[in-house]
Design a protein around this ligand. Structure first.
Ligand SMILES: [Zn+2]
Ligand SMILES: [Zn+2]
Ligand SMILES: [Zn+2]
Length: 268
């Protein structure tokens, strides 16, 4: 049967594919009210987003849920991938992009820092082996593009990388696209980086749970950051099962809310 290609147009939008912490919500084996909730807003896949840019779809991170996420949003093609950092919950779905090399007629461009490239080369070593493969599409074809702290262009849009801390010894990147910024997996943003996040329409920001954590903002800490930056709207992401969607939202200041899987944000 001939293959009929299908995708929806997400131009001008950021689609949040997943808004959950590394284990997802519900968490395996947990019987808490949030994990057992029927409310779809309490179901959170691992963190990822797609942006509809002038020259194609940009995927931020390849979560272990990426296949289900792209199918759910009916996004049939990813033209490039941009990585925040190399933790397992942001990388390990990469093999699921194997069909993209056919749709793109070439390798999938991966934009990342050297440490992320190193992790991908080791975790997906079979994709870089020089052995002959049994058939086309047997392994992902990938092409690395190095990212630093200088703004760069990707798929016809300008990206400003934002350096952030993710625990005391680890650094990640947030990204600003126009007046929308995506800042997950952080518990400290330097004054210099905060400066790069002023004047936003929408800020997407890490907020793990009510209690503090060694590598993520607590909800209260995240609210503090949002109060300083005063974007028009803040959405919190990378949430654990300790944050019930509606109850938590009712407690938040105006202009702040929990994100949810499938949330669409206009790029401005
Ligand atoms: Zn994470
Ligand atoms: Zn739970
Ligand atoms: Zn992380």
């Amino acid at each position: 049967m001939p293959h009929e290609f299908s995708t929806t147009d997400v131009f001008g939008q950021m689609v949040l594919l997943g808004t959950g912490t590394s284990v997802g919500v519900p968490m395996i084996g947990c019987g808490c009210p949030v994990c057992r909730s029927d409310n779809p807003w309490n179901k959170r896949m691992r963190c990822s987003a797609v942006l509809g840019l002038p020259e194609g779809n940009l995927l931020i991170d390849t979560s272990p849920d990426v296949r289900a996420q792209l199918l759910r949003e009916q996004i049939g093609i990813v033209h490039s991938v941009l990585y925040t950092h190399e933790h397992a919950d942001h990388v390990f779905g990469l093999d699921d992009l194997r069909m993209m090399q056919f749709y793109l007629h070439g390798p999938v461009p991966l934009y990342c820092e050297p440490r992320v490239e190193d992790r991908i080369r080791r975790s997906f070593d079979y994709a870089f082996s020089t052995d002959a493969h049994t058939h086309p599409g047997a392994v992902p074809q990938l092409a690395f593009h190095r990212v630093g702290l200088e703004p760069f262009e990707i798929l016809g849009a300008k990206v400003v990388p934002i350096r952030m801390k993710h625990g005391s010894r680890f650094e990640v990147l947030g990204f600003r696209f126009g007046n929308v910024a995506y800042c997950t997996d952080t518990n400290e943003i330097s004054p210099e980086s905060m400066e790069q996040l002023t004047g936003l329409d929408v800020l997407i920001l890490d907020a793990l749970r009510p209690r503090g954590h060694a590598t993520h903002f607590s909800l209260e800490e995240a609210v503090e950051v949002a109060r300083k930056l005063v974007p028009r709207q803040t959405y919190f992401t990378h949430m654990s099962h300790e944050l019930e969607h509606e109850k938590t939202n009712a407690s938040l200041p105006a202009g702040m809310a929990l994100a949810y899987d499938g949330l669409r944000i206009d790029l401005t």
